[in-house]
Design a protein around this ligand. Structure first.
Ligand code: AVI
Length: 320
């Protein structure tokens, strides 16, 4: 796919429903049932995640935004202006759009698996910023970061905010960072936000908010699975669980059966005992040193970092 699509949007992955069904079925049948966090993001899941970012308990979004506000000129000086901004997991594109006036990208390439949500966001942005060439890419970049040929190769800046890197286990995170390093070439870089390890009470509250928005975000996965798999999950049979696991350095999200449940789907079925869980997400938290080491292993030996007063969150600009 070498040509820039005129519609400004390109879906790169074929929705291979059979492959998705197989992946989900295997995950649900594993001794510890588990699903990839990417399945949290259907259209409603993406909206619920937007709502999470507004919650008082969910500090990462606000803290990262404050770091950008406070250190904006330094960050822009480090990252450079006028390049190709590649926004991974762009969602509603709001974080990148706030940087447009200062980073002045000549191209903007938002990438997200939640295709319909991204398409709407890109259409709105193209009206507001007609001078920036924009092409949305609907693709699962966790599988492959191969970008189409029309994305210019010089001056690529990967933008990966919000600590989404934390949703990958460290070895997978290393592979993804290495793929970014390869794709950004020798004159490119990476602007990334990472959540830092902190007091367990703050982490538990951030992933189990009083209003129950994170619970809805997690439970919505079951509605999504019903659609994808033809499953018969009843959301009311399940409860949200989220907790800091200090041994693994991550917050875990699970769905826990409220009672004995039998779930059937095309090609499978499983009994869940009361209290049995489906593991739906990990959110790894790093130390500054630990993350810099990971960047170095990925081929980014030099990085500048900025943090907030409480050292809750880290923004890094890593250069090749
Ligand atoms: C997108 N990602 C970085 C969020 C996180 O904090 O791990 C997803 C999320 N899960 C529950 N709340 C927010």
């Amino acid at each position: 796919i070498a040509e820039r699509p005129t519609a400004g949007f390109l879906q790169l992955y074929q929705k291979d429903d059979d492959a998705l069904r197989t992946e989900l079925s295997e995950g649900l049948l594993a001794p510890q049932a588990a699903t990839s966090p990417k399945f949290l993001y259907d259209a409603l899941g993406s909206k619920l995640f937007e709502a999470i970012c507004e919650l008082p308990e969910y500090y990462p979004t606000r803290t990262e935004a404050a770091i950008f506000d406070t250190h904006l000129s330094d960050i822009v000086e480090s990252a450079g202006q006028g390049g190709v901004l590649i926004d991974l997991g762009a969602g509603n594109c709001a974080k990148a759009a706030r940087l447009f006036p200062v980073l002045r990208p000549r191209d903007y390439v938002p990438v997200d698996i939640s295709v319909d949500f991204l398409r709407g966001a890109v259409e709105g942005l193209r009206q507001r910023f007609p001078r920036i060439r924009m092409t949305g890419l609907g693709m699962d970049f966790s599988r492959s970061l191969a970008l189409p040929a029309f994305v210019p190769e010089d001056g690529r800046l990967f933008f990966y905010p919000g600590s989404s890197i934390g949703n990958f286990a460290p070895e997978q995170a290393l592979s993804l960072l290495t793929a970014m390093r390869t794709a950004c070439g020798d004159d490119g870089g990476l602007l990334i936000g990472v959540d830092l390890a902190k007091d367990a009470r703050l982490l538990n509250a951030a992933y189990d908010d009083a209003l129950g928005v994170t619970a809805s975000f997690n439970l919505n996965l079951l509605r999504h699975l019903n659609g994808l798999l033809g499953a018969d999950f009843d959301v009311r049979d399940w409860r949200h669980r989220a907790f800091w696991n200090p041994a693994q350095g991550r917050v875990e999200m699970h769905l826990e059966a409220r009672r004995h449940v039998v779930v059937r789907w095309q090609g499978g079925q499983r009994h869940f005992r009361e209290g049995e869980r489906i593991h739906t997400e990990n959110s790894y938290k790093y130390t500054r040193q630990g993350f810099l080491q990971l960047l170095e292993r990925a081929g980014f030996p030099a990085a500048r970092t900025w943090t907030d007063e409480r050292e809750w969150f880290l923004v890094c600009h890593a250069r090749a």
